[in-house]
Each structure stands twice: as structure tokens, then as C-alpha cells.
Write a protein that binds this ligand. Structure first.
Ligand SMILES: *[C@@H]1O[C@H](CO)[C@@H](O)[C@H](O)[C@H]1NC(C)=O
Ligand SMILES: *[C@@H]1O[C@H](CO)[C@@H](O)[C@H](O)[C@H]1NC(C)=O
Ligand SMILES: *[C@@H]1O[C@H](CO)[C@@H](O)[C@H](O)[C@H]1NC(C)=O
Ligand SMILES: *[C@@H]1O[C@H](CO)[C@@H](O)[C@H](O)[C@H]1NC(C)=O
Ligand SMILES: *[C@@H]1O[C@H](CO)[C@@H](O)[C@H](O)[C@H]1NC(C)=O
Ligand SMILES: *[C@@H]1O[C@H](CO)[C@@H](O)[C@H](O)[C@H]1NC(C)=O
Ligand SMILES: *[C@@H]1O[C@H](CO)[C@@H](O)[C@H](O)[C@H]1NC(C)=O
Ligand SMILES: *[C@@H]1O[C@H](CO)[C@@H](O)[C@H](O)[C@H]1NC(C)=O
Ligand SMILES: *[C@@H]1O[C@H](CO)[C@@H](O)[C@H](O)[C@H]1NC(C)=O
Ligand SMILES: *[C@@H]1O[C@H](CO)[C@@H](O)[C@H](O)[C@H]1NC(C)=O
Ligand SMILES: *[C@@H]1O[C@H](CO)[C@@H](O)[C@H](O)[C@H]1NC(C)=O
Length: 407
């Protein structure tokens, strides 16, 4: 756990459409996504042969696992979809046990998302096709994209196509469909040399920025997009008008990419310090900072280099929209599925040291932090992608007293 926190689609592309997982009595279901739509899921492996993966032990191309959460346009049966593949589930059991969580082997294997089945319950005809906008998500350093699936599915249920992109060798583990596992490069990440760590974080953000651009290139292939997302309208997936959000290092990526990829029209950084390529003249695109309780721009405890202050002041002359909020009662990993997952499994720690220091989750209930995070991310995305205004983004509201504005 760390606080840092071109078109070549591989011939070996693997696409696994959402399929019904046999519902066994031992499965434990996460809450149904709260938005208007049911949510389908597909995964793909996208290989960029034009780049070398910088943190891999051997010379290999960039090999990305992505998950697509899409709104279902028809009525479907709800089916459970495994949260983790088996091997990853065991790895997370062990990793989180080592941090003091009561997660013996077999814990995460039981966890499932509420998904829409592949077949609609009625064969509807003459259904108007819906145009949904594309949203990219990038996880925190050290943490698999899969640990953000409930957040991503909830955003998708609000009417967005959310693509979560993993970061091999800089997250704990990436499991490929053929069984390969890419583990974090701990030589580079587990160092006490801050200069070296900063250089690694910078390269990781640059790598992720290129990954995002590659995924957008890949999804602009209409054949591929149609395989991954059923019921796409004839106008296809609009990959030239997308937004991005991310956690920690992924949030820093969502900021830096505003300067390099015109297709990303706005970015939201959830509690991530801005260690990547900076934007010396700010950005005219909308961006938003979302911090854990106490993580304001002025509080340099968690941001000793003042990267948030710099981003803010660099943008003072640009015409862009910007917001900065902090959420009371949260810590760094409230911007992941940790709280809702641990609550759902009934293993949220009551030991405050384990909760606050080891897992970095705050005092809010899992449902509440999920609700706040997905409501504000959704409001930002509606604003950026559809120009919809929301009182939520203007200032404090009674329904969410936890949200404090640092404008
Ligand atoms: C970490 O990355 C470096 C290249 O930056 C590579 O030489 C080394 O083998 C990798 N170590 C591990 C453990 O993967
Ligand atoms: C749990 O799984 C890990 C990894 O497969 C294994 O090394 C360990 O021995 C298992 N622990 C128990 C108590 O079965
Ligand atoms: C929908 O159509 C398919 C193919 O025509 C058919 O196999 C299926 O049973 C139909 N489903 C329903 C719910 O009517
Ligand atoms: C820390 O890393 C930097 C950059 O890699 C290197 O120049 C420096 O010698 C390292 N410092 C120590 C104390 O190892
Ligand atoms: C688009 O994707 C399809 C399906 O993956 C693939 O067969 C085709 O070669 C791709 N087209 C281009 C131009 O890459
Ligand atoms: C993508 O969306 C933007 C903004 O709505 C629009 O201007 C553009 O024409 C769209 N492109 C396609 C290919 O639909
Ligand atoms: C702010 O601008 C300075 C140069 O004036 C640059 O070095 C820095 O990286 C920028 N910071 C951010 C967060 O964009
Ligand atoms: C920032 O603005 C200055 C002066 O307006 C300009 O010279 C410089 O090229 C700009 N830098 C970038 C990275 O856009
Ligand atoms: C500043 O941040 C630290 C670490 O997150 C926190 O303990 C402290 O309460 C914060 N200070 C304020 C005034 O919120
Ligand atoms: C913003 O504008 C002021 C006044 O024109 C100028 O002095 C300052 O250098 C500009 N700042 C940046 C970051 O471009
Ligand atoms: C809470 O967890 C910490 C670290 O694992 C441990 O040292 C401490 O004894 C625990 N406290 C209680 C009251 O169990």
C-alpha cells in the first residue's frame, strides 16, 4: 500500500463477455448499483506492441487488462459476477490479512457484483439506442483495478461506460486470462529513497497516460467496441469525447493527461498527489480535486511538495472550471471499494489502528462513503460530458454535510 498513491490491438486479444456465474449459497453479493440502469461487464486484454513495459523484469510489450462496465439498455435478470478471479482473491486474502484484516483464505472468493445477465428478459424491438459517454478510470499505485469495481459499476449505472485500466507491475497483481500474473515491482516501489521513488512515480504516471491514449485508440475500432459493449448505437462509441477519474497515482494521471490528450475533456483526482508531468500554464479543461478528511491544499502534511497548491495556482490564469472538496470521515482508501467490500463481507475492523493506519479507511460506513464518492464523481462527469449543472458542485448541501468545499 502506497500513498503515491497507437493502434495495435493484439492478435491474441481475449474478450470474455459477462457470463452468468453459478450462484452458490456461499456467495456474498455487493449492493445493487443505485443508478437508473443495470450494469453489464466485459473484460479485454489489449497489447501495445509499440511500447515496452518499463517495470517488467523482462523485455515485454505493454499488456493491459481492462474491464468495461456498461449500462444495460433493456431489462435483464440480475446475476452475480465474481468480484475477483480465484488466484487474485487468494492473493488479496493474504495481503489484507497481513495488514490485520480478518480475511482468511477463501474470504474474497465469495464476493460478487450485481450484474445484468447477457440476455434481456424480453426481446424488445424499436428501442431507441442510447448514447452513453465514455469514462476512463485508473487505480491507486499498489492496488488492482478490480478493487474499484463497485465504484465503477455504480457510476456505470448512472449512464456512463466506465473502463477501468490496470497498471501491470505498479499495482499489486494483474491476473491475465491465460493465468499469467504480473506482480508489483517491489524493487522499485518498496524503497525508502524518496528521490528514486518520485522518479518511479513520474514514470508510472507517464506510462499510464500512454496506456489511456492506447485504450482510446483501441476502442475507436468499432468492431472491437461492439464486441465489448452490446447495443452500441450506430454512431458507435465516442472516443474523442471522454472524461477520466482516478485514485491516488491514477488521479494524478487523470490530471496530467489533460495536457496531452485532447480526447479527455475533464479530469478528477481522488486524493492523489500530482507527481506526474505538471501543467505549467494550468489547464482550461475542467478538473476537480477530491481529498480525504483534512486533506486540503493548505495542509501540507500529506502533500509536502504542495503539488495541489501548484496545480491550483498554475490554473489561476486559465479559463477552466475547477473545484476542490474534502470529505470528512474518510481516509485515503475510502476512494476505493475497501469500505463497502469489508462491510459487505462483515469484516470491517473495529481496531482503529488497523482501520486508520494499516488500511487507511475512515469512520464512515461503507455505503455512505460509496454514496458520497459516486454521487460527486457522477455530478462531475455529467457536468464535463453533458454540460449539466448541479447544485452539488456549487457548494455545500444539506444531504451531504461531510463534503467540505475548499473551492
Ligand atoms: C523492476 O524493474 C526493473 C526495470 O526498471 C527491472 O530491471 C527489474 O528486473 C524489475 N524487478 C522486478 C522484481 O520485477
Ligand atoms: C492461504 O493461501 C496461501 C497462498 O495460496 C498459502 O500460502 C497459505 O498456506 C494458505 N493459508 C492457509 C492457512 O491455508
Ligand atoms: C429472444 O430471441 C431469441 C432468438 O430469437 C430466443 O432464443 C429467446 O428465447 C427470446 N427470449 C425471450 C425472452 O423471448
Ligand atoms: C537515491 O536515488 C537517486 C536516484 O535514483 C540516486 O541518485 C541516489 O544515489 C540514491 N540515494 C541513495 C542514498 O541511495
Ligand atoms: C478491429 O478489431 C477487430 C476485432 O478485435 C479486429 O479483428 C480488427 O483487425 C481491428 N481493426 C483494426 C483496423 O485494427
Ligand atoms: C463526440 O462528442 C462530441 C461532443 O459531444 C461531438 O462534438 C463529436 O461530434 C462526437 N463525435 C462522434 C464521432 O460522434
Ligand atoms: C506548475 O507549474 C510549474 C512551473 O511553473 C511546474 O513545474 C509544475 O509541475 C506545475 N505543477 C502542476 C501540478 O501542474
Ligand atoms: C506557458 O505559457 C508561456 C507564456 O504564455 C508559453 O511561453 C509556454 O510555451 C507555455 N507552456 C506550455 C507548456 O504550454
Ligand atoms: C492535516 O492532515 C493530517 C494528515 O492527514 C491530519 O492528521 C490533520 O488533521 C490535518 N489538519 C487539519 C487542520 O485538518
Ligand atoms: C498569470 O497572469 C499574471 C498577470 O498577467 C502573470 O503575472 C503570471 O505570471 C501568470 N501566471 C501563470 C502561471 O501563467
Ligand atoms: C490493534 O491492532 C494493532 C496492530 O495490529 C495491535 O498492535 C493492537 O494490539 C490492537 N489493539 C487491540 C485493542 O486489539
Amino acid at each position: 500500500m502506497h500513498l503515491f498513491s497507437y493502434l495495435v490491438v493484439s492478435a491474441g486479444l481475449t474478450v470474455c463477455a459477462a457470463s452468468a456465474i453459478a450462484s452458490s449459497p456461499s456467495q456474498i453479493l455487493l449492493p445493487k448499483p443505485t443508478g437508473l440502469y443495470q450494469v453489464g461487464r466485459s473484460t479485454a486484454e489489449l497489447v501495445d506492441h509499440s511500447r515496452i513495459q518499463p517495470f517488467a523484469p523482462d523485455v515485454e510489450p505493454v499488456r493491459l487488462e481492462v474491464t468495461i462496465f456498461y449500462p444495460a439498455v433493456h431489462q435483464h435478470h440480475s446475476i452475480p459476477g465474481a468480484y475477483f478471479p480465484l488466484e487474485t482473491a487468494l492473493i488479496e486474502d493474504n495481503y489484507l490479512s497481513s495488514l490485520g484484516l480478518a480475511s482468511p483464505n477463501g474470504t474474497f472468493e465469495k464476493l460478487a457484483l450485481h450484474l445484468a445477465s447477457n440476455e434481456p428478459t424480453q426481446n424488445l424491438t424499436g428501442q431507441p439506442s442510447c448514447e452513453f459517454s465514455l469514462v476512463i478510470f485508473s487505480p491507486g499505485e499498489g492496488t488492482t483495478r478490480l478493487f474499484y469495481s463497485q465504484i465503477a459499476a455504480t457510476i456505470a449505472s448512472q449512464g456512463f461506460i466506465v473502463v477501468t485500466i490496470d497498471a501491470p507491475y505498479d499495482v499489486d497483481v494483474v491476473q491475465y486470462p491465460n493465468g499469467d500474473l504480473a506482480f508489483i515491482n517491489s524493487t522499485l516501489w518498496d524503497t525508502t529513497n524518496d528521490t528514486a521513488l518520485e522518479a518511479t512515480a513520474y514514470l508510472a504516471i507517464q506510462t499510464r497516460m500512454a496506456d489511456v491514449s492506447f485504450v482510446l485508440d483501441s476502442l475507436s475500432n468499432a468492431t472491437l467496441a461492439a464486441t465489448l459493449i452490446p447495443n452500441l448505437p450506430p454512431s458507435r462509441l465516442n472516443t474523442s469525447h471522454a472524461a477520466m477519474f482516478g485514485h491516488s497515482l491514477g488521479g494524478a494521471t487523470a490530471y496530467s493527461i489533460l495536457g496531452t490528450d485532447d480526447r479527455i475533456v475533464g479530469g478528477l483526482d481522488m486524493d492523489g498527489l500530482l507527481f506526474g508531468p505538471g501543467l505549467p500554464n494550468g489547464t482550461s479543461k475542467p478538473f476537480m480535486l477530491m481529498g480525504h478528511g483534512g486533506h486540503t491544499r493548505a495542509n501540507v502534511t500529506d502533500d509536502p511538495f504542495g503539488t495541489w497548491t501548484a496545480a491550483w495556482s498554475n490554473s489561476t490564469n486559465s479559463t477552466g472550471w475547477k473545484r476542490d472538496i474534502v470529505i470528512s470521515g474518510t481516509l485515503h482508501y475510502d476512494f476505493s471499494d475497501y469500505p463497502i467490500v469489508f462491510d459487505t463481507l462483515g469484516i470491517s475492523p473495529c481496531n482503529e489502528t488497523v482501520r486508520d493506519d494499516n488500511l487507511l479507511i475512515g469512520s464512515l460506513k461503507g455505503k455512505r462513503s460509496l454514496e458520497i464518492v459516486t454521487t460527486y464523481v457522477g455530478a462531475f462527469l455529467d457536468f464535463v460530458l453533458f454540460g449539466k449543472c448541479s447544485a452539488l458542485l456549487d457548494g455545500p448541501v444539506d444531504e451531504f454535510p461531510e463534503v467540505v468545499f475548499d473551492y
